[in-house]
Design a protein around this ligand. Structure first.
Ligand SMILES: NC(=O)c1ccc[n+]([C@@H]2O[C@H](COP(=O)([O-])OP(=O)(O)OC[C@H]3O[C@@H](n4cnc5c(N)ncnc54)[C@H](OP(=O)(O)O)[C@@H]3O)[C@@H](O)[C@H]2O)c1
Length: 212
């Protein structure tokens, strides 16, 4: 059976990604720091832990049995802290690095220790590539994730681990917004990347809404 591990599924884009994998017949393990949400799709297995905690990630992979089917890890967990320099606190910078960079790094480390080949799809952000005012803490943490995964793209043979970085601009996770990317469309793209059997794979994709 094909297994998808999706971080940050308790709300937002992660829930859509988990549902899209279920729709295509994958076993899905979703994660989040909060408890399993009420009414959460019963088909999604849910593990509650902080993905920026290296030991918790190691325990998660130690306990997970995936057999010899295909595996896809989607590093989606993230959060946004904005604000001018003097409006943000030192702990905001640390939290952003933990949530947006350490979570992907530690989940990927655990995967590679236990699973011999996999696809790894990272939901980064256009903020890693383009400079925005009042976004220093967020953009820096997303740029850290981008460089980390670029390094892994060079370290890993693609026959074993294919690493794709996605750089979406705004996503309509708080309700319909024609000027933002539909989370269902983005989730479908991620499943397509996970299932693609072509003789190539995408290393980096920037994504912008069709209307603005
Ligand atoms: N929304 C946008 O416009 C936009 C644009 C570009 C990129 N992105 C990126 O897309 C991803 C999803 O965004 P979203 O809008 O869906 O965000 P969201 O609604 O805030 O959801 C974030 C998810 O990540 C989880 N999470 C955060 N920190 C975690 C941690 N340390 N360990 C485990 N889970 C954690 C949250 O669950 P808990 O609270 O339960 O931990 C939640 O399920 C993020 O990486 C975000 O940076 C978003």
């Amino acid at each position: 059976m094909k297994t998808a591990v999706v971080t940050g599924t308790s709300h937002g884009l992660g829930t859509c990604i988990a549902k899209a994998f279920i729709k295509n017949g994958w076993r899905v393990i979703g994660t989040g720091r909060s408890a399993r949400p009420d009414g959460f799709d019963e088909a999604i297995e849910y593990k509650q832990f902080d993905a920026s905690d290296a030991a918790a990630c190691a325990d998660f992979w130690e306990q997970l049995e995936v057999g010899d089917g295909e595996v896809c890890l989607v590093n989606n967990a993230g959060g946004y802290v904005g604000g001018k320099l003097l409006e943000t606190k030192p702990e905001d910078y640390e939290k952003q690095m933990r949530t947006n960079y350490f979570s992907g790094a530690y989940m990927t480390r655990g995967l590679v220790e236990h699973v011999p080949s996999a696809r790894i799809v990272n939901v980064i952000s256009n903020s890693a590539l383009v400079d925005y005012a009042n976004s220093g803490a967020y953009s820096a943490s997303k740029a850290a994730a981008m460089h980390f995964f670029h390094s892994l793209q060079k370290e890993f043979p693609a026959e074993k681990y294919q690493v794709t970085n996605l750089y979406p601009s705004s996503i309509a996770t708080s309700g319909p917004n024609p000027e933002a990317i539909d989370p269902g469309d983005l989730a479908a793209l991620i499943v397509e990347i996970a299932e693609d059997q072509a003789s190539y794979y995408p290393t980096d994709m920037t994504l912008f809404p069709t209307k603005k």
